[in-house]
Design a protein around this ligand. Sequence first.
Ligand SMILES: [Zn+2]
Length: 261
Amino acid sequence: MGPEAIFPRELTEYERSLLLWVLPIDRSGYAEYRKFVEGWKVVGKGRRGEGNYILARPGQTLDIESPLPQVLAYGFVRSDEGEVTISVRERFGEQLEFEITGPASNNVFQGLESYHRWTFSEWLPSRTCPACDGPLREIEMKTGSGQSLILAFCVTDRRLWVYDEQTGINHLIPVTGYYNELMLQKRVQDPKIALNSKRLFSDLGTYSNSALTRAFSSYNRLRTKVLLKEPLVVSTEERINWFTRAARWLLKGRKLHTRWS
Ligand SMILES: [Zn+2]
């Protein structure tokens, strides 16, 4: 039996450096989690096998019966020895669950600075996707008093997240749950479409900003990702969009005409 099996134990330097990396200090929402990484101990294993552990305040009883909290922070490192992924879940009471997969070697920890790596925690609006460096579709969403959120979609990675300006957190949104809300909002009943959440990305261009905002708004009411003091403002859209598009098309036609006449 290795030292890993004895609980409670301190985080290893390797674990600590990776966890702190996906919880950047300059973002208040993540920084709040750093004190748990700094102060709590590993009290046991999670349900997801190797690399999955639970941090807790010393003296806490381990709870692995409750539903698994959603992922708060996620990162990826490509080292000489293989790929490492790091996830930290949302805090659940007095415990915090994390998972580090891949080769647990000192090289990864010591060479972290030089390896190819990315984390969703560092993304900012108008930047490319942290995972694939490709373009994103971004939608700005606001409440009546001006609290601002950015919803971002990467078609290549089939990922979406929402950036909260107040906390600096990029909340990863589960695709199936979000798509389900979108289908309910759009009243799509054909199971071939409604149950195939991959279509969120292949059909993304067909959904208006307001439809995607409304789907987030109702998703967030069910599974709170971001605490909002007021509801998000959703414009009554599609028709207006259609008119704008038609107007643009007409304008374009006129410009072309002027050019050739
Ligand atoms: Zn991407």
